[in-house]
Design a protein around this ligand. Sequence first.
Ligand code: S3P
Length: 426
Amino acid sequence: MIVTISPAPRLRGVVSTPGDKSISHRTLMIAALASGESTIHGLSNGEDVSATRKIMTALGALVEDRGDVVVVVGPDGGLHPSTTRLDCGNSGTTMRLLAGFLASVPGTHVLVGDDSLSARPMDRVAEPLREMGLFLRGHGERCTPPLTIEVPGGARHAIEYSVPVPSAQVKSAVLLAGLSASGTTIVHESLRTRANTEEMLRDAGVTVESQDVGKGRVVRLQGSRPQPHDWWVPGDPSQSAFFAVLAALHADADVTVDDLYPGAERLGFVSVLQRMGADIDLRPSAHGVCLVARSSVLQGVVVSSEEIPSVDEVPVLAVAAAAASGVTRFVDVGELRIKESDRLQGSVDLVSALGASAEIDGDDLIIHGVGSAALFQPFSYRAALDHRMVMSATVAAVVGRGGSIEGAETVSSSFPDFFDVVASLR
Ligand code: S3P
């Protein structure tokens, strides 16, 4: 689907993002493992989360809508393997977390995904999970999907594991597998990534301790079954980054995004934008923080990947850098290559289409800004199965001189109403 986006003369309003995607996946998984009824308020309505939801049903959990609430009942006797393949769609989080989650479900499982996910490496989860006693098979050295997982009966081995690249997905896969191990599973991360799995398992009654060590963290988990819980899912801070950049780059904008998950590892993009000169504040709100952003004049800065451990917000920050004066260097962001698409190349292509220049230097992304979004060129951009690239391109079109985006339907992976919410600000 090609969507043509026109510039907006003015942007005003208060918007909400869908329920946080990371938390949404985890509520479904933790609730399905527990014996009895859990409720989830504010679950993300994106297709990624609905892939996780369908898989929980296929494994024997009852998942149903009751008004605004999703009710999950985990069977007393535990989940069972599905007779069909587990379709993770476009969602890397579903597949990587599920690989560890399935340690609690003895039998054989086959995990598949769309063309984007089928090209993404699963070796990063396969390696520690093999040490824990699972048998995983994918394609080639990087263990790309389809992924076959054989889970023997009995308990898993508790391991002590240092995650080689900062990755909340890998940490979470090991912790979820640790639930079915006897003893203590220990995960070291050299850079703190989103803490949702630790926080939420603790809420579900599992003994989990975490300790900060320098820029990193050590998490210790005692294997046990999670208990049912009533979950409230706050808004998704990664989605709010699109509105922050939208408002900062537009000449006449004042936008508020309500009730976001306030985890420090998720909000690094705010400090980056503030350092670029953006008029952005975070304020306390009922279920977290709200973000207020207004028209700003931006300058280029150096951004370290440590500020944004999952690099999810880099493509939209690249659009901000394209509108800034001077040079922005994103240091050590090679992980962008293995997201839903090659976002390193995708960001270069997008900002080049806008009239800025960009280059890749090893694992760094360098952008020479044009000085103002008003100087962006009308553009066309092809977003290969990547929701965040679609939303980044939309921001560029609204604040600049319009553009058309091919593959715009992929926005439904995480934010089906994105175009309507942007339109509501016009
Ligand atoms: C996520 C972790 C991050 C992030 C993804 C969601 C999670 O991936 O990019 O959108 O929910 O654990 P990495 O673990 O690869 O950094």
